[in-house]
Write a protein that binds this ligand. Structure first.
Ligand code: 3PG
Length: 211
């Protein structure tokens, strides 16, 4: 699954208030050429949104974000997600994903947290909140000791069309994520055309630095 995910260097981080918007939103992403989605467990409608996308659009690589407890992990995995992410590294959540044989990318922002991830055998880690935690400069510095360990990062938090390639061009970064691709407000306002265009713009930009 990690290899499948790595074919998609840009991941939209979605906050969805109304599950009725889930499928139209996913269709807007697909129309822009993006067949991956991270639905965050930040709203009461996250489980229903995941279930609807899973049923209506099986071609979408379906992920859950903000999975901070084993209970949330259970809900998401039972819904049929292919991968999960979290802002932090909760050992209980990591173990739950590993027991269910499902890809999990926990968040880190310090060397000690990276080493905790490595102790679980995790090489793909989310770097969050990327901008506030030192951005590109911090990642370059973390690459010094940890690139040789095979660590790869997915930075999120503060990314945009303007700075995404600063991150994606780092050898230690294999994917990036952000909510700018489909903001909560744009989803609530059903601005599907705007979202499709944002996705197209991001994917076109990514091709400048990844194949
Ligand atoms: C995340 O969980 O990855 C972040 O909320 C995304 O951060 P952004 O809203 O700054 O893109």
């Amino acid at each position: 699954m990690l290899n499948e995910l790595l074919k998609r260097p840009v991941i939209p981080v979605i906050v969805i208030d109304d599950a009725n918007d889930a499928v139209p939103l996913a269709e807007a992403l697909l129309a822009g050429g993006m067949d991956v989605i991270e639905v965050t467990c930040r709203t009461a409608s996250a489980a229903e949104a995941l279930a609807r996308i899973k049923k209506a659009l099986p071609e979408m690589l379906l992920g859950a974000g903000t999975v901070v407890t084993p209970d949330q992990a259970k809900m998401c995995i039972d819904t049929g997600i292919s991968f999960g992410l979290a802002p932090g590294l909760n050992p209980d959540t990591v173990k739950y994903f590993q027991d269910r044989n499902t890809l999990f990318i926990p968040g880190v922002m310090t060397p000690s947290e990276i080493e905790q991830g490595l102790s679980f055998g995790l090489k793909m880690l989310k770097f969050f909140p990327a901008g506030a935690a030192g951005g590109v400069n911090m990642l370059k510095n973390l690459g010094g000791p940890y690139a040789s360990q095979g660590v790869q990062f997915c930075p999120t938090g503060g990314l945009s069309l303007d700075n995404m390639n600063d991150y994606l061009s780092l050898p230690i970064v294999s994917a990036i994520g952000g909510s700018w691709l489909a903001t909560k407000q744009q989803i609530a306002d059903k601005q599907w055309g705007v979202i499709t265009q944002q996705v197209k713009d991001a994917l076109a930009k990514a091709t400048e630095v990844v194949g």
